[in-house]
Write a protein of this length. Structure first.
Length: 409
């Protein structure tokens, strides 16, 4: 499941090099093995140590190998790489690559490779528009290199124009597109809810819960990486939502109900990872309620979104979550049947090393056909992949998992 595809990130001397650390990080989040090569000029902007520490891999630097070291690092470094990304790419490296110049370690490494190359240029607008740079870019395109950006915007020199390195999210998503890694959810529409509740009492106070949104975001990101068209419906979030995923905020159960219902018919999958508030205030005060000795707050039950969607569905696969403190597995199984889900992910929230707010969880996954999966404690990201593996299986004809409910159309 965890592919360790090797990719080389070639960093050259532009101020945008500081963003390469983020690129490396994001690519690693996608389970890629990232190997960074730097020019001498790149090292003026960011240190090799930054990349070595981030990636856990040796960084290819300029200069000749010391006695006893690998005598031909420009050949061995990129061996087995599925792709080379040059980001940021200066006018200089573009020119060298287009014209077969290999006068330092990084350019020699590029020349020794037959892996596909993606180039993310970053330079001043006049440089980018210089006829010789344009000619070199054309040459490289004809030789099969892909170009990402540049974007138009404010440049480091203070001018505005074309030449700004493309946004990190776009670079990463183009790399993933090019690698075409396990995109088994390509073209599927997946609706994921995440986060906790914020049911207002008055303009200042609300009723909430401890859900951080991490599990739902991990699922949304993994689904997007696997090619799905993802919509995230976010309740109260303790973490930022991913910039590259369409997100709709719906912090109350009624808003979430409306948002999910509007999109449900068009979706192939609904994953309800949000901790929806079970109750809301019977009436929400328009002004701040004054302090008093005691206060009996009257609550009414919120609609059960997942149960409603399960009742409405035809083809959709519906996955729910359950946070339990006692008899977690048994309660989860009952909930799956009662709400008529295809799969439920149960976590025991009485433990404080996992669950709410943590990056880790230990869950029990139960499917409608009675299959129980008990992965060991692992990151929410990895749990997300396991859940999506099951979903992908169900989408491609796992009738057995659907039981007698919701026959495929
Ligand atoms: O019954 P319980 O709240 O434990 O059920 C949890 C599952 O049901 C979660 O998937 C949650 O997103 C969903 N849910 C819902 N609407 C509610 C309460 C919970 O869809 N009002």
């Amino acid at each position: 499941m965890m592919s360790k595809t090797k990719i080389v990130l070639a960093v050259t001397g532009s101020v945008a090099a500081y963003k390469s650390a983020e690129i490396a990080r994001r690519l690693m989040d996608e389970s890629l093995s990232v190997h960074v090569a730097m020019t001498a000029n790149a090292e003026k902007f960011i240190t090799p140590l930054t990349f070595a520490a981030l990636t856990g891999n040796h960084v290819l630097r300029h200069g000749y190998p010391a006695p006893g070291d690998d005598p031909m690092p420009h050949i061995t470094f990129q061996r087995g790489a599925s792709l080379i990304l040059i980001a940021p790419a200066t006018a200089n490296i573009i020119g060298k690559l287009a014209n077969g110049i290999a006068d330092d370690m990084l350019s020699s490494m590029l020349m020794a490779s037959d892996a596909p190359v993606l180039v993310a240029p970053a330079m001043n607008a006049n440089m980018y528009n210089h006829p010789s740079v344009r000619k070199n870019i054309e040459t490289l395109k004809q030789l099969g290199a892909g170009f990402i950006g540049p974007a138009t915007g404010e440049l480091a020199c203070g001018e505005t124009g074309e030449g700004k390195m493309e946004r990190v999210e776009n670079i990463v998503s183009q790399v993933l597109d090019r690698l075409d890694l396990g995109r088994d959810l390509l073209g599927r529409k997946i609706l994921v809810t995440a986060g906790g509740a914020r049911e207002p009492i008055d303009p200042v106070r609300f009723i909430g819960n401890r859900s951080s949104g991490k599990m739902g975001v991990a699922i949304a990101q993994a689904a997007a990486r696997r090619g799905a068209d993802v919509t995230l419906v976010a309740g109260a979030m303790e973490i930022p939502v991913p910039e590259d995923i369409e997100t709709i905020y719906a912090p109350t159960a009624l808003e979430m109900m409306r948002t999910v219902q509007e999109r449900f018919t068009d979706s192939d999958v609904l994953v309800m990872a949000a901790a929806v508030g079970d109750y809301r205030a019977r009436s929400v005060a328009s002004g701040k309620i004054k302090e008093k000795e005691s206060w009996d707050l009257s609550l009414v039950r919120n609609p059960d979104i997942i149960a409603k969607m399960c009742a409405l569905r035809n083809k959709q696969i519906v996955v729910g979550f359950a946070a339990e403190t006692d008899n977690a597995e048994k309660s989860g199984r009952e909930k799956l049947l009662r709400k008529n889900m295809d799969m439920i992910v149960v976590n025991d929230v009485s433990r404080d090393d996992i669950g709410f707010g943590s990056d880790y969880n230990e869950v029990v996954i139960i499917t409608r056909s009675g299959e129980t999966i008990k992965p060991q404690k692992m990151s929410k990201r990895e749990i997300g992949e396991i859940i999506l593996d099951r979903i992908a299986g169900m989408l491609t004809g796992g009738y057995g998992d659907r039981g007698l409910v919701g026959g495929r159309t």
